[in-house]
Design a binder for this molecule. Structure first.
Ligand code: NAI
Length: 349
């Protein structure tokens, strides 16, 4: 069913407040989730509310956190999120990174001890909206085999980048470092369809086409994706003194425990390099060049990263956002959660 952006925001905010978040924090989470839904990333939108609500209700997120921010050098800082909901920690720490990059040309801010922060595009766009380049990476629960391995070690460890051109258009590149998200496996299970043998492996580490035999996901482009997810884990885990690799907490294993996750923002001020005006003009030139590239057979056009999501956002802003009926019913109901997610299994069923 289609729902207006503002209505979706209010429904999510109310539900999370009811679960135990302050109104202010619930407002930020709603903002990040609606951002994902309106841009077409439903896997990180309203469908996550019930999981968060259950985790909040069971004490696995700190609803009364004490944030601390420590500048460790002219361009470096650590934000301690005290295991608050990750969206708020990521947003607040990005605000600090933006201030520092405006003053000093660059900022590297680590956010430590936080919950899941959702779609990273939201946070890198905070920087782009201030005419800065935003980069963000974060840890995620272990469900991916390292290249050549038969057991999960890393998470789907995403990487995001955003920058704004001279006409206000934003390049937003935001991806998991796995071929497919776990949600896509669940989708295929529900439809009783096979998966391509490039997505995941079974218990022995063999590629599988049976979604029910999946034991771990595969990194993008073999050893290259494996290297990228390792880099993300080093920057957002090892560098911040947090549990890393296979020791990162699982999303669904214990909803009563804090997750202690990490995220790292790098913000670059173009003014300190080529100058803002030329940077923005050149970026716009690149976007236009890309759009003029002759499309390959089967493609209508070449888009720059984030272009299609931005178009979708405009359309959904006017026509409403398509949300699965079951999710809307839950959001409109009086139920806080249905005790569905605490199944002591690292993978969602
Ligand atoms: P995706 O595979 O749908 O897109 C990846 C990138 O490719 C995007 O930047 C998109 O703009 C670009 N793209 C896709 N099709 C394109 C086309 N035809 N032309 C040009 N560019 C195109 O994204 P993925 O990997 O499924 O990630 C989805 C979301 O999940 C992201 O927001 C990510 O941050 C989030 N995520 C969050 C995690 C967390 O623990 N917080 C873990 C993993 C993912």
């Amino acid at each position: 069913m289609k729902v207006e952006k503002q209505e979706l925001h209010e429904l999510i905010q109310k539900k999370l407040h009811r679960a135990g978040l302050t109104e202010e924090h619930a407002d930020v989470v709603a903002d990040v989730l609606v951002h994902a839904d309106i841009r077409g990333y439903h896997s990180h939108g309203a469908m996550r509310v019930e999981y968060y609500a259950e985790r909040i209700a069971k004490g696995g997120l700190n609803t009364n956190p004490n944030f601390t921010f420590e500048k460790t050098g002219p361009t470096t800082a650590v934000f301690d999120g005290d295991n608050a909901v990750g969206h708020v920690v990521a947003k607040e720490s990005m605000k600090e990174a933006i201030k520092m990059a405006k003053e000093n040309g660059i900022a590297v801010v680590g956010a430590k001890r936080m919950g899941h922060s959702g779609a990273l595009s939201y946070f890198v766009q905070q920087a782009a909206e201030e005419d800065l380049i935003g980069i963000s990476v974060c840890q995620s629960d272990p469900m991916v085999v390292p290249f050549g391995g038969a057991e999960p070690y890393y998470g789907t460890n995403p990487i995001a980048f955003a920058a704004r051109g001279s006409n206000g258009e934003v390049v937003t590149f935001d991806m998991a470092t796995t071929v497919q998200a776990w949600g896509k496996i669940l989708d295929k299970r529900s439809r009783n369809e096979e998966i391509p043998d490039t997505w995941a492996v079974d218990k022995e580490g063999n590629p599988t086409t049976d979604p029910f035999k999946v034991n771990a996901l595969l990194p993008i482009a073999g050893p290259k994706g494996y290297g990228l997810m390792m880099m993300v884990d080093i920057l957002s885990g090892v560098l911040l003194g947090l549990p890393h690799g296979k020791h990162v907490s699982s999303m669904y294993e214990d909803l009563t425990e804090y997750r202690n996750l990490g995220q790292l923002h790098i913000v670059i001020n173009p003014e300190y390099f080529v100058g803002l005006k030329l940077f923005k003009e050149s970026l716009t030139d690149s976007m236009h060049d890309l759009n003029k590239i002759k499309p390959a057979p089967g493609f209508k056009e070449v888009s720059y990263p984030g272009q299609r999501s931005a178009d979708r956002e405009k359309q959904n802003e006017e026509n409403g956002i398509e949300i699965v009926d079951e999710i809307l019913e839950y959001l409109k109901s009086d139920v806080v959660h249905n005790n569905r997610y605490d199944h002591k299994d690292p993978f969602a069923k």
